[in-house]
Write a protein that binds this ligand. Structure first.
Ligand code: UD1
Length: 455
């Protein structure tokens, strides 16, 4: 298993182009199951999760070409994928794939809408807590799908219409649970509704920009979707969808993470292709803590150019994660790394995934002072962090530890960086090009050198 060895204390400076969004791309790829025509996606990030989705699509009869996760192509920059349907014999997403990537659930809606039936292994819990899919199922059920649980798989069948064809029916669906809307649930139901008979209205839909991006592709394929990106989405079902081309929106979480990298190291970064309009709650908090941000080109506010640098000191702040347009839960851990070095007490409240605090114990190993109670953490700023061996536990917690390592005195070893590779394209190469010193090593080497040192 790979680990990062980070020599801290070097400012992150220079220019960076933000990659295509992982979270937008996964449901876009699943949407290619809705048509018999080729769909081309441009600006696809080269990430392990995207390669997993390619494997899943291949099993389900959609060929997307060579794996973007292949090391040999790593230097090539963003990929273009053309999804070519090859057959509908298999509609079963097996547990072996679903367990590596929860977003496999986004195939459920498209499959049942297009093929009339689907079978998908139920995703289990994950490091950031219990993650139910009840709302996805509630939405499909409202559209007439019959759902059963068989050997840990959800089996969904659309009702038969007059001609005997299995087809979902339009419905009005309230898609919110106790913690609010669901992003992938909205993607699933919205995608499924494009081929349903009649009109579907999704109330309390997720407003994340990735949902709006998905609607752009669906409409380019011939769907009739209105209101995506707002809490009320109206979809008029059509008979069939065709092929299309689409450019994946840039990754707001990647952009936010690199903004923190510049701020936490006292550096200065120019970001191109930056979805600044999708990051307003985050940049508002950055402003609050004294990080400066200047947008130099906002011709397209989802692909802007901006410059980020930190003031002389970081001030504390209150941060509460919320569904979009609130502060994104995926930037909570990276932001906490920055708050660890603030001049005073910050309060971080996690309202989306209340268990998402695995980075707290690891940051404490680096000298951070954090008191957590339930969904809230009080971060008392310290004057410096100190390098230490730490363990990455999930994607965004890993990013937080790398950020802390960049700012810390001495050397930080971040173990299990495979989590990071799921969501950040060659993070060490990106940061090294901007002045960091990070080496990717086999963790066994670290263990043996630690043993030698201890002997
Ligand atoms: C997506 C993102 C993830 C991000 C999350 C919240 C992708 C691939 N992943 O995950 O990076 O952290 O949005 O912004 O896009 N819930 C239910 N029932 C459901 C579904 C969700 O109760 O059927 C709850 C969850 O437990 C959670 C909240 O709703 O508390 C939000 O989850 P959801 O928006 O569904 O997250 P994902 O779409 O899985």
């Amino acid at each position: 298993m790979d680990a990062f060895v980070i020599e801290g204390g070097r400012p992150i400076k220079g220019r960076l182009r933000v990659n295509g969004s992982k979270n937008a791309c996964l449901p876009l790829m699943a949407a290619t199951l809705l048509t018999d025509q080729p769909v081309t996606l441009r600006g696809v990030p080269r990430l392990a999760d995207i390669a997993n989705m390619q494997r899943l699509l291949a099993e389900l009869g959609v060929d997307t070409g060579a794996s973007v996760g292949d090391e040999a192509f790593a230097h090539l920059g963003p990929a273009t994928l053309t999804a070519q349907p090859t057959g509908e014999a298999v509609s079963h997403a097996r547990y072996e794939i679903v367990k590596t990537m929860r977003a496999s659930i986004s195939a459920l809606g498209p499959l049942v809408a297009k093929r009339g039936e689907a079978r998908i292994a139920l995703p289990g819990g994950c490091a950031i807590g219990q993650r139910p899919v009840d709302l996805h199922l509630r939405g499909l059920e409202a559209m007439g799908a019959e759902l059963t649980l068989e050997s840990g798989d959800i089996v969904a069948r659309a009702p038969k219409d007059r001609s005997g064809r299995r087809r979902l029916r339009g419905a009005t669906i309230f898609l919110s649970g106790p913690s609010g809307s669901t992003v992938l649930g909205t993607a699933n139901v919205m995608s499924a509704a494009t081929l349903a008979q009649g009109r579907t209205i999704i109330e309390a839909a997720a407003c994340e920009p990735e949902i709006a991006d998905l609607a752009v592709l669906l409409n380019a394929m011939g769907a009739r979707v209105r209101g995506a990106g707002t809490p009320r989405i109206v979809i008029e079902g059509v008979e069939a969808l065709g092929g299309a081309e689409h450019h994946v929106m840039p990754d707001r979480i990647e952009a936010g993470t690199y903004m923190v990298a510049a701020a936490i190291t006292g550096g200065r970064l120019t970001l191109e292709n930056c979805p600044i309009d999708a990051l307003l709650a985050f940049t508002d908090r950055l402003h609050e803590v004294g990080v400066r941000l200047e947008v130099t080109d906002a011709g397209d506010p989802l692909r802007a150019t901006c410059e980020v640098w930190a003031g002389a000191r970081i001030r504390p702040a209150h941060v509460t994660t919320q569904p979009h347009p609130g502060f994104p839960t995926d930037l909570q851990a990276p932001m906490m790394a920055l708050l660890c070095l603030a001049d005073g007490n910050s309060v971080v409240t996690e309202k989306i995934f209340p268990e998402r605090f695995l980075h707290v114990a690891e940051l404490s190993r680096m000298g951070a002072s954090i008191f957590r109670q339930g969904p809230t953490a009080v971060v008392t700023g310290v004057s410096r962090l100190v390098g230490a061996p730490v363990m990455a536990s999930d994607l965004r917690a890993s990013a937080c530890l790398v950020l802390a390592g960049l700012a810390a005195d001495g050397v930080t070893n971040v173990h299990r960086v495979y989590h990071l590779d799921r969501g950040y394209e060659r993070m060490e190469a990106t940061l090294n090009a901007l002045g960091a010193r990070i080496e990717r090593v086999d963790a066994k080497e670290l263990d043996s050198s630690a043993q030698a040192a201890g002997a």
